[in-house]
Design a protein around this ligand. Structure first.
Ligand SMILES: CC(C)(COP(=O)(O)OP(=O)(O)OC[C@H]1O[C@@H](n2cnc3c(N)ncnc32)[C@H](O)[C@@H]1OP(=O)(O)O)[C@@H](O)C(=O)NCCC(=O)NCCS
Length: 186
């Protein structure tokens, strides 16, 4: 069983291969080199999170970094949940876990991510996160398709903030093995 907190934490290089597999099998994320995930799990572990199953294998991950020019802003680079575990609150629980960890280590005011126009699940995930954290959401085009050298959808920048000092605890932050216990309106 993957629970909301017990098996959630910083990735290690041992998680790198599983994180790469989850990204590959999502059929949504850009699949970067396996090397890049190993490197991320080494150098950006403090701003990333994995949720492990009962065997200790990563079943979901979020990779992030603090924006160099905005030290109060956490950028979520990629987030994905293993296909059979989606829709049960795990994505939201990872974002809450990561935010809580970074808050305990310093100032965190905002979150940013990029989402394509067609990715409703991801839009919903981040709107829901914003609602729990008393934050507003603004979005604008960031990388139009013409900037990409290959066939790639446009990516919109989502700015979430300012994050409340004390996020509203809701059942929506608890991952359930079987179902969501309550929805959070955005
Ligand atoms: C996006 C993703 C990480 C969400 O993870 P998850 O664990 O399924 O999300 P949660 O269960 O925490 O749900 C978060 C919210 O999204 C909603 N949601 C989840 N899947 C959805 C779907 N397919 N369609 C619409 N809404 C969806 C949930 O209802 C919930 O909303 P609520 O809080 O208002 O009830 C997951 O769907 C995934 O791995 N997708 C493939 C990779 C991807 O697209 N990553 C994001 C790239 S920007």
């Amino acid at each position: 069983m993957v629970n909301s907190e017990g098996n959630m934490g910083e990735p290690t290089v041992q998680d790198g291969a599983s994180v790469w597999r989850i990204a590959r099998d999502s059929h949504v994320l850009d699949v970067n080199s396996s090397y890049s995930y190993l490197l991320w799990c080494r150098d950006f572990a403090a701003t990333s999170v994995v949720a492990r199953d009962e065997s200790g294998t990563a079943a979901a991950f979020a990779t992030g970094y603090i924006r160099p020019e905005q030290p109060g802003t956490l950028v979520i680079w990629q987030i994905a949940v293993d296909g059979k575990r989606r829709g049960r609150g795990l994505g939201g629980a990872m974002l809450d876990h990561l935010t809580g960890r970074l808050r305990s280590r310093g100032v965190l005011q905002r979150m940013e991510t990029t989402i394509s126009a067609e990715n409703e699940a991801s839009q919903r995930l981040f709107h829901s996160f914003a609602a729990r954290h008393g934050a507003s959401v603004e979005h604008e085009p960031l990388f139009p398709a013409r900037l990409f050298p290959d066939a790639h959808e446009s990516e919109h920048l989502y700015r979430i903030g300012p994050l409340a000092e004390s996020p509203t605890p809701t059942p929506g932050t608890q991952y359930s093995e079987t179902r969501r216990t309550r929805s959070v309106a955005s």
